[in-house]
Design a binder for this molecule. Structure first.
Ligand SMILES: Nc1ncnc2c1ncn2[C@@H]1O[C@H](COP(=O)(O)OP(=O)(O)OP(=O)(O)O)[C@@H](O)[C@H]1O
Length: 255
């Protein structure tokens, strides 16, 4: 089995006439956490959303280049994006549970995707995997909207896991949470990487250095196009960056 789960080759993203992401080549290693860091507007979220073809839900968006997953280029019109999003799930900055019960949040996507096994078992297993079971096991029929923000985010992660993805994309999953809830999400990421390939966009460099195995650093060029400056093992990138711009960014000189 290849050690690469997803490979972006010459990825370009356009919002109308605006060339937002320029020629990105980046791999997500199997069962590792890859962080995407860089100043605001450098295209981190755009790159992340390309990986499971979420950008095409935004009108006037064009994505060129290859996104190799499972041996094929999934950035092709004959590939079903719904199937891709089942294999490559996404967790957003703001927790967005459905206005339904905790139980239904977990089972909803799984039922759509034809899950036929015991739903109670699925709910228990995924909530345990998301480190939420002990806190909610006595109120599974209660509305998910009554949970705290941190619990809602772990529920969203559980909902993502329930459809058995390979890859989980996380777009600043803890930025709306307090430090304790953030710590729980970081612990959860450390557990989840045993089973899933994870890509995480974060503004928080300490968080990137704590949770990720590999880090990619993005910047905009003079034409405001986001591009990849440096990619490497997280420790190398933080402690021994190759590019002066990476060094300046991680030492807080700009951004
Ligand atoms: N839906 C959109 N329509 C037009 N331009 C967009 C859209 N989404 C993002 N952009 C532009 O694309 C560029 C990259 O945005 P993106 O959100 O990917 O950056 P980012 O690095 O994730 O930023 P942040 O850290 O602030 O979230 C920015 O110039 C942004 O204004």
């Amino acid at each position: 089995m290849s050690d690469i789960a997803v490979e972006l080759k010459n990825l370009n993203v356009f919002y109308g006439d605006f060339h937002a992401v320029d020629s990105v080549n980046l791999s997500l290693k199997n069962k590792k956490v890859t962080a995407l860091i860089g100043p605001s507007g450098c295209g981190k979220s755009t790159v992340l959303r390309s990986i499971n073809r979420m950008n095409e839900l935004i009108s006037e968006t064009k994505v060129t280049g290859e996104i190799i997953y499972g041996g094929i280029n999934i950035n092709r019109s004959n590939v079903d994006p719904v199937e891709i999003r089942k294999r490559i799930g996404m967790v957003f900055q703001k927790p967005n549970p459905f206005p339904k019960s905790i139980y239904d949040n977990i089972t909803w996507g799984a039922k759509i995707h034809g899950h036929k096994d015991d739903l109670d078992e699925l709910v228990e297993r995924t909530l345990k995997q998301a480190a939420l079971w002990d806190e909610v096991k006595d109120k599974l029929k209660q509305s998910a909207l009554r949970l705290s923000g941190g619990q809602q985010q772990r529920l969203c992660i559980a909902r993502t896991i329930a459809v058995k993805p390979d890859v989980i994309l996380m777009d600043e999953p803890a930025s709306a949470l307090d430090p304790i809830a953030t710590g729980k999400i970081e612990e959860l990421i450390a557990e989840l990487k045993h089973d899933y390939t994870i890509a995480i966009v974060t503004h928080n460099m300490q968080q990137a250095s704590r949770v990720s195995d590999y880090t990619s650093f993005f910047l905009v060029n003079d034409e405001r196009r986001g591009h990849l400056v440096e990619y490497g093992k997280t420790d190398d990138l933080f402690f021994n960056p190759k590019d002066k711009r990476t060094e300046d960014y991680i030492s807080g000189k700009f951004g």
